[in-house]
Design a protein around this ligand. Structure first.
Ligand code: ATP
Length: 563
């Protein structure tokens, strides 16, 4: 159940813009449950409620009905959104290719008191706060109350930068929902960053509230505001801190990430690969709040620490807070799981193919026994830890029958995790899948595989960064295959040249191999043959690039990760 008390619902004003038959249907619905009215040309109009959808009429929406609504709310602006004067409601348009409106979403806006009870201490701390969460989870509603509490309860000079008039409502006089906070409107969405800077420069605010930071310019403006010592409370796209870290445009909000190459000594000292991903600087936002639902959040009070943990592969931690029946329940941050298995032993071996982050590979068990997975891992010479959630994993091990679960696929896609499917929940199956995943080759020393992978990874980074071609050191055929697979996963090309024992791979940028290399370096025929992988049961369930050599070594490896 949603918490909080609506202070000013203005519901009647939203109903009044609808065509009369729909007004009647909407009035019959439970008012507090209504989230949106959806009108799409040629389809029956619908109401979206907290729990489900209600059809408002069997008669499909006609062009005149859309025009009638637009006539009452005014033409939508550059962001295709219009407001209803003196209310917090928002009307968003869908246009056809000629620009004609063919659909409308009318979202009910409400000022609700009590929705930030669980964040109150953070708001009062004066530190910068970033709210994350899926669309519609209630970020703007919370932001509005933050503005009111900062201005009225804490007596601060607050400026709301209100790009679509969503926080302070439509019209020139702000809605009482933001209390005594002042509000700056934004003429066009692409000017939001200018107005953010104007707010600090001209109006001496002690706090700035802004919705939807989504561009590099806005992220830079946020940093400028933070540097001036003005408290910033904002929202951004992305559901979790991890999404933000992986988003090159917005990662600066949480300190940014960079890839650095360590010296051999330093890599050995840290026990990592030579290329590691690190946080670049101080986060703009001290605190990140992931909104799980309206009434549940996960709080990262120390953004920098959480990002560092994420980048080293440890559990990101975070404090779970819930608001229920007027009370706030806080669950302390779970003990941070270091990226080292129990006993502090980091098994020697190779990281999973294509894993671009340093540290042990994180494996989540989904519909597979975690205990069994841990037991199998103990006996394999690999660097890996078992984590609880697919969202924190590099590799998710699941049953074939469950591999296509949309929830699992979404979670894995969000963080770029590979999904490995096995037929049965047995240690034999798990062992086979992991041997394939970590390319443990029968009769080959894991240290040799490790060296071949490290060599290829380093060269791949350079080819990607500099657009050059690079030869690798000579390796036996089985190790060249491992390297070749890694190259393909990174969307590059490679051919083998020379004769044994000097035969080695040359890596090329994508699309250059035919023109540059075909004359001098014939494709390695032996590497087109099936490999010595013991088993192919760890089958691919992702549509990653096909393994060029047909080795079946790898399920899939989305490599668009933090780098
Ligand atoms: N605590 C609450 N109680 C009742 N209704 C709520 C609450 N929080 C949000 N809502 C309603 O849920 C809908 C979505 O809320 P809101 O616009 O704040 O979400 P959002 O996360 O900012 O979405 P978007 O990112 O799409 O702008 C609105 O109709 C709002 O009135």
């Amino acid at each position: 159940m949603a918490q909080g008390t609506p202070v000013d619902d203005d519901f009647a004003l939203l109903v009044a813009v609808l065509p009369p038959p729909l007004q009647e249907a909407v009035r019959k619905l439970p008012q507090a449950e209504l989230l949106e009215v959806v009108m799409d040309l040629g389809r029956p109009p619908e109401a979206r409620l907290v729990h489900g959808v209600a059809r408002l009429s069997e008669t499909p929406v006609e062009p005149e009905a859309l025009q009638a609504v637009l006539a009452r709310v005014g033409e939508p602006g550059g962001d295709n959104r219009a407001g209803i004067e003196r209310t917090l409601h928002r009307v968003s348009a869908i246009r056809n290719r000629q620009g004609r409106v063919v659909g409308l979403t009318l979202r009910v806006g409400r000022a609700i008191q009590g929705t930030i009870d669980m964040l109150r201490d953070l708001v009062e701390s004066g530190r910068n706060l970033l709210l994350l969460g899926r669309p519609g989870v209630g970020k703007t509603t919370k932001l509005r109350e933050v503005a009111r509490v900062l201005a009225d309860a804490l007596g601060k000079r607050v400026m709301v930068v209100d790009t679509s008039n969503e926080i302070g409502g439509d019209g020139d006089i702000p809605h009482p929902g933001i209390g005594g906070a002042r509000r700056m409107q934004v003429s066009r969405p692409d000017r939001q960053h200018d107005v953010m800077i104007e707010a600090v420069e001209n109006h001496m605010p002690e706090a700035i509230v802004v919705d939807e930071i989504g561009t590099a310019a806005e992220a830079a403006a946020a940093r400028t505001i933070a540097e001036r010592g003005v408290q910033l409370v904002a929202t951004a796209h992305g559901n979790t801190l991890e999404n933000l870290v992986l988003n090159p445009t917005l990662s600066d909000l949480v300190g940014g990430v960079q890839t650095v190459t360590l010296s051999d000594d330093e890599a050995r000292r840290r026990g990592t690969q030579k290329t590691v991903t690190e946080r670049k600087g101080t986060p703009t936002f001290d605190i990140v709040v992931e909104m799980v639902s309206r009434d549940e959040v996960r709080v990262h009070r120390d953004t920098g620490g959480a990002v560092d943990r994420l980048l080293t592969g440890a559990d990101v931690g975070g404090e779970k807070r819930r608001q229920q029946d007027g009370a706030v329940h806080v669950e302390a941050a779970p003990e941070v799981v270091e990226a080292t298995p129990p006993g502090g032993r980091v098994p020697k071996g190779t990281p999973a193919l294509g894993a671009p982050r340093p540290g042990p590979t994180r494996i989540a068990a989904h519909a597979v026994s975690r205990e069994l997975l841990e037991r199998v891992l103990r006996d394999l010479p690999v660097e890996a830890v078992v984590v609880g959630r697919p969202e924190n994993a590099d590799v998710v091990l699941t049953l074939r029958s469950r591999a296509n679960s949309p929830r699992l696929r979404r979670a894995a896609e969000r963080v770029g995790a590979r999904v490995l499917a096995i037929k049965r929940n047995s240690s034999t199956e798990i062992r086979r899948a992991l041997r394939t995943e970590f390319h443990l080759l029968e009769g080959v020393d894991p240290a040799d595989v490790h060296a071949a992978v490290a060599d290829a990874e380093e060269a791949i980074q350079r080819v990607l960064a500099e657009g050059i071609s690079l030869p690798l050191s000579p390796r036996p055929s089985r190790l060249r295959k491992v390297q070749h697979t890694l190259v393909v996963k990174n969307h590059l090309e490679a051919v083998s040249v020379g004769s044994e024992p000097q035969r080695h791979l040359v890596i090329y940028p994508l699309g250059t191999v035919l023109t540059e290399a075909s004359d001098t370096a014939p494709v390695d025929a032996e590497e087109a043959e099936p490999d010595d992988v013991e088993d192919d049961d760890a089958s691919a369930v992702d549509e990653g690039p096909e393994d060029a050599e047909g080795t079946g070594l790898e399920a899939s490896a989305p490599n668009e990760r933090a780098s």
